[in-house]
Design a protein around this ligand. Structure first.
Ligand SMILES: [Fe+2]
Ligand SMILES: [Fe+2]
Length: 258
Protein backbone atom coordinates (compact mmCIF):
# COMPACT_ATOMS: atom_id res chain seq x y z
CA UNK A 1 0.00 0.00 0.00
CA UNK A 2 1.27 3.42 -0.87
CA UNK A 3 0.72 6.70 0.96
CA UNK A 4 1.88 10.21 0.02
CA UNK A 5 2.85 12.67 2.74
CA UNK A 6 3.12 16.35 1.87
CA UNK A 7 3.62 19.15 4.30
CA UNK A 8 4.00 22.91 4.68
CA UNK A 9 2.66 24.00 1.32
CA UNK A 10 2.33 27.60 2.61
CA UNK A 11 -0.03 28.57 -0.22
CA UNK A 12 -0.34 32.30 -0.73
CA UNK A 13 -1.44 35.03 -3.12
CA UNK A 14 -0.46 34.20 -6.74
CA UNK A 15 2.91 35.75 -7.55
CA UNK A 16 3.98 36.21 -3.91
CA UNK A 17 7.14 34.33 -3.03
CA UNK A 18 8.46 33.08 0.30
CA UNK A 19 12.26 33.02 0.64
CA UNK A 20 12.38 33.48 -3.14
CA UNK A 21 10.14 30.52 -3.91
CA UNK A 22 6.62 30.47 -5.32
CA UNK A 23 4.44 28.20 -3.14
CA UNK A 24 1.62 27.84 -5.68
CA UNK A 25 4.03 26.92 -8.45
CA UNK A 26 5.87 24.46 -6.23
CA UNK A 27 2.65 22.87 -5.01
CA UNK A 28 1.54 22.40 -8.61
CA UNK A 29 4.92 20.81 -9.39
CA UNK A 30 4.55 18.50 -6.39
CA UNK A 31 1.05 17.44 -7.42
CA UNK A 32 2.18 16.82 -11.00
CA UNK A 33 5.15 14.80 -9.76
CA UNK A 34 2.93 12.65 -7.55
CA UNK A 35 0.31 12.19 -10.28
CA UNK A 36 3.00 11.13 -12.77
CA UNK A 37 4.88 8.74 -10.47
CA UNK A 38 2.45 7.62 -7.77
CA UNK A 39 -1.08 7.69 -9.14
CA UNK A 40 -1.53 4.28 -7.49
CA UNK A 41 -1.22 5.82 -4.02
CA UNK A 42 -4.22 5.12 -1.88
CA UNK A 43 -4.14 8.36 0.08
CA UNK A 44 -2.28 11.66 0.37
CA UNK A 45 -2.13 13.63 3.60
CA UNK A 46 -0.94 17.24 3.82
CA UNK A 47 0.16 17.88 7.39
CA UNK A 48 -0.50 21.56 7.84
CA UNK A 49 0.69 25.07 7.13
CA UNK A 50 -1.54 24.65 4.11
CA UNK A 51 -1.76 28.43 3.77
CA UNK A 52 0.98 30.90 4.69
CA UNK A 53 -1.33 33.57 6.10
CA UNK A 54 -4.57 31.65 6.62
CA UNK A 55 -6.32 33.54 3.81
CA UNK A 56 -9.74 32.44 2.59
CA UNK A 57 -8.62 32.58 -1.04
CA UNK A 58 -5.83 30.07 -0.37
CA UNK A 59 -8.29 27.50 0.99
CA UNK A 60 -10.71 28.12 -1.87
CA UNK A 61 -7.88 27.65 -4.36
CA UNK A 62 -6.75 24.47 -2.55
CA UNK A 63 -10.24 22.98 -2.55
CA UNK A 64 -10.67 23.63 -6.25
CA UNK A 65 -7.19 22.29 -7.08
CA UNK A 66 -7.61 19.10 -5.06
CA UNK A 67 -10.97 18.41 -6.73
CA UNK A 68 -8.93 17.78 -9.90
CA UNK A 69 -6.34 15.55 -8.19
CA UNK A 70 -6.66 11.79 -8.78
CA UNK A 71 -5.76 10.63 -5.24
CA UNK A 72 -7.96 11.11 -2.15
CA UNK A 73 -6.48 13.82 0.11
CA UNK A 74 -6.88 14.47 3.83
CA UNK A 75 -5.70 17.65 5.53
CA UNK A 76 -4.29 18.82 8.87
CA UNK A 77 -3.86 22.48 9.80
CA UNK A 78 -0.70 24.12 11.14
CA UNK A 79 0.26 27.32 12.92
CA UNK A 80 0.23 29.38 9.72
CA UNK A 81 -3.37 28.35 9.04
CA UNK A 82 -6.55 29.84 10.43
CA UNK A 83 -8.89 27.20 11.79
CA UNK A 84 -12.14 29.13 11.33
CA UNK A 85 -11.29 30.27 7.84
CA UNK A 86 -10.13 26.79 6.88
CA UNK A 87 -13.35 25.22 8.20
CA UNK A 88 -15.47 27.72 6.29
CA UNK A 89 -14.11 26.10 3.11
CA UNK A 90 -13.59 22.54 4.41
CA UNK A 91 -16.46 22.10 6.93
CA UNK A 92 -16.31 18.31 6.63
CA UNK A 93 -12.88 18.37 8.34
CA UNK A 94 -14.33 19.42 11.70
CA UNK A 95 -14.86 17.05 14.59
CA UNK A 96 -17.86 17.47 16.91
CA UNK A 97 -15.97 19.99 19.06
CA UNK A 98 -14.89 22.18 16.13
CA UNK A 99 -11.28 20.99 15.87
CA UNK A 100 -9.78 19.94 12.55
CA UNK A 101 -9.61 16.29 13.52
CA UNK A 102 -10.88 13.24 11.73
CA UNK A 103 -10.64 9.56 10.91
CA UNK A 104 -9.84 8.04 7.55
CA UNK A 105 -10.03 4.30 7.12
CA UNK A 106 -7.51 3.02 4.60
CA UNK A 107 -6.74 -0.55 3.57
CA UNK A 108 -3.54 -0.41 5.66
CA UNK A 109 -5.14 0.89 8.84
CA UNK A 110 -7.03 3.71 10.48
CA UNK A 111 -5.57 7.18 9.94
CA UNK A 112 -6.16 9.84 12.59
CA UNK A 113 -5.80 13.49 11.55
CA UNK A 114 -4.88 15.60 14.59
CA UNK A 115 -5.24 19.34 15.19
CA UNK A 116 -2.31 20.97 17.05
CA UNK A 117 -3.29 24.54 16.11
CA UNK A 118 -3.31 27.24 18.80
CA UNK A 119 -4.69 30.64 17.71
CA UNK A 120 -2.12 33.46 17.52
CA UNK A 121 0.74 31.11 18.37
CA UNK A 122 3.47 29.54 16.29
CA UNK A 123 3.76 26.84 18.94
CA UNK A 124 1.17 24.09 19.01
CA UNK A 125 -1.05 22.71 21.73
CA UNK A 126 -2.97 19.51 22.29
CA UNK A 127 -5.55 20.48 24.92
CA UNK A 128 -7.58 18.18 27.15
CA UNK A 129 -10.55 18.11 24.77
CA UNK A 130 -8.34 17.00 21.90
CA UNK A 131 -6.54 14.53 24.17
CA UNK A 132 -9.91 13.03 25.11
CA UNK A 133 -10.82 12.70 21.42
CA UNK A 134 -7.53 10.93 20.71
CA UNK A 135 -7.87 8.59 23.69
CA UNK A 136 -11.40 7.72 22.61
CA UNK A 137 -10.27 6.95 19.07
CA UNK A 138 -7.35 4.82 20.21
CA UNK A 139 -9.33 2.90 22.83
CA UNK A 140 -12.40 2.17 20.71
CA UNK A 141 -10.66 0.50 17.76
CA UNK A 142 -8.08 -2.25 17.40
CA UNK A 143 -6.02 -0.36 14.82
CA UNK A 144 -3.45 -0.41 13.43
CA UNK A 145 -3.35 3.40 13.57
CA UNK A 146 -1.35 5.91 11.56
CA UNK A 147 -1.28 9.42 13.04
CA UNK A 148 -0.82 12.71 11.21
CA UNK A 149 -0.17 16.08 12.88
CA UNK A 150 1.53 19.39 12.19
CA UNK A 151 3.78 20.11 15.18
CA UNK A 152 6.68 17.86 16.13
CA UNK A 153 5.72 15.53 19.00
CA UNK A 154 9.22 15.57 20.48
CA UNK A 155 11.96 18.19 21.00
CA UNK A 156 14.39 18.80 18.13
CA UNK A 157 17.07 20.18 20.46
CA UNK A 158 17.30 23.23 18.25
CA UNK A 159 16.27 25.89 20.75
CA UNK A 160 14.37 28.27 18.49
CA UNK A 161 12.56 25.40 16.76
CA UNK A 162 11.57 23.97 20.14
CA UNK A 163 10.21 27.33 21.23
CA UNK A 164 7.49 26.84 18.60
CA UNK A 165 7.00 23.09 19.11
CA UNK A 166 4.11 21.28 20.75
CA UNK A 167 3.70 22.87 24.20
CA UNK A 168 2.14 19.87 25.93
CA UNK A 169 4.22 17.25 24.14
CA UNK A 170 4.93 15.25 27.31
CA UNK A 171 1.23 14.65 27.86
CA UNK A 172 0.80 13.83 24.18
CA UNK A 173 3.57 11.24 24.35
CA UNK A 174 2.02 9.67 27.45
CA UNK A 175 -1.17 8.99 25.46
CA UNK A 176 0.89 7.45 22.67
CA UNK A 177 2.72 5.31 25.25
CA UNK A 178 -0.59 3.93 26.50
CA UNK A 179 -1.66 2.73 23.06
CA UNK A 180 1.74 2.20 21.44
CA UNK A 181 1.07 -1.40 20.43
CA UNK A 182 -1.76 -0.22 18.14
CA UNK A 183 0.07 2.70 16.50
CA UNK A 184 2.41 1.93 13.62
CA UNK A 185 3.67 5.38 12.62
CA UNK A 186 3.32 9.10 13.30
CA UNK A 187 3.81 11.62 10.47
CA UNK A 188 4.28 15.33 11.14
CA UNK A 189 5.51 18.55 9.51
CA UNK A 190 6.32 22.06 10.76
CA UNK A 191 10.13 21.83 10.96
CA UNK A 192 10.80 22.07 7.20
CA UNK A 193 13.67 19.59 7.41
CA UNK A 194 13.99 15.80 7.40
CA UNK A 195 13.51 14.41 10.87
CA UNK A 196 12.81 10.95 12.23
CA UNK A 197 12.74 9.30 15.61
CA UNK A 198 10.18 7.72 17.88
CA UNK A 199 7.55 8.58 20.46
CA UNK A 200 7.15 6.02 23.21
CA UNK A 201 8.62 3.50 20.78
CA UNK A 202 6.34 4.49 17.87
CA UNK A 203 8.38 5.54 14.81
CA UNK A 204 7.87 9.07 13.49
CA UNK A 205 8.85 10.84 10.28
CA UNK A 206 8.90 14.40 9.03
CA UNK A 207 10.37 15.95 5.91
CA UNK A 208 10.93 19.14 3.99
CA UNK A 209 7.89 20.95 2.69
CA UNK A 210 6.88 21.62 -0.89
CA UNK A 211 8.27 25.19 -0.80
CA UNK A 212 10.93 26.70 1.46
CA UNK A 213 13.41 24.56 3.36
CA UNK A 214 15.03 24.94 6.76
CA UNK A 215 18.47 23.77 7.81
CA UNK A 216 19.09 22.23 11.23
CA UNK A 217 21.67 24.64 12.58
CA UNK A 218 22.22 23.96 16.27
CA UNK A 219 22.65 27.60 17.14
CA UNK A 220 20.52 30.53 18.29
CA UNK A 221 19.10 31.12 14.83
CA UNK A 222 16.42 29.79 12.50
CA UNK A 223 18.11 28.89 9.23
CA UNK A 224 16.69 28.71 5.71
CA UNK A 225 18.63 26.90 2.97
CA UNK A 226 18.31 26.35 -0.77
CA UNK A 227 17.55 22.64 -0.44
CA UNK A 228 15.18 20.88 -2.83
CA UNK A 229 11.44 20.94 -2.30
CA UNK A 230 10.15 17.51 -1.26
CA UNK A 231 7.28 15.20 -0.48
CA UNK A 232 7.19 11.74 1.09
CA UNK A 233 6.28 8.34 -0.33
CA UNK A 234 5.48 5.62 2.18
CA UNK A 235 5.06 1.92 1.48
CA UNK A 236 3.17 -0.03 4.10
CA UNK A 237 3.48 -3.80 4.33
CA UNK A 238 2.09 -6.21 6.86
CA UNK A 239 5.26 -6.00 8.95
CA UNK A 240 7.14 -2.93 7.69
CA UNK A 241 6.82 0.77 6.85
CA UNK A 242 9.25 2.32 4.32
CA UNK A 243 9.44 6.11 4.08
CA UNK A 244 11.14 7.99 1.22
CA UNK A 245 11.69 11.73 0.91
CA UNK A 246 11.39 12.53 -2.80
CA UNK A 247 13.18 15.77 -3.71
CA UNK A 248 10.99 16.74 -6.64
CA UNK A 249 12.62 20.19 -6.65
CA UNK A 250 16.14 18.80 -7.23
CA UNK A 251 17.67 20.80 -10.08
CA UNK A 252 20.77 18.71 -10.85
CA UNK A 253 21.27 15.72 -13.08
CA UNK A 254 19.98 12.28 -12.26
CA UNK A 255 22.33 9.77 -13.89
CA UNK A 256 20.85 6.45 -14.90
CA UNK A 257 23.36 3.70 -14.15
CA UNK A 258 24.01 1.34 -17.06
FE1 LIG B 1 5.64 25.59 7.86
FE1 LIG C 1 4.38 25.22 11.12
Amino acid sequence: MKLIHMTDTHLTTPGRTIFGRDPLLNFERALDHVAASHSDAELMVISGDLSDLGDLADYQWLRERLSRFPIPVRLCIGNHDNRQTFLSVFPECSDAAGFVQGVHDASFGRCLLLDTYEPRSAAGTYCERRQAWLERQLSEHDGPFFLFMHHNPFPTHIRLVDRIGLIDDTRFRSIIAKYRSKIRHIFFGHCHFALSGSVAGVPTTSLRGTNHASYPLFAEVLAVADLPEAYGVTFIGADYVTVHMVEFGYRGDIVIEE
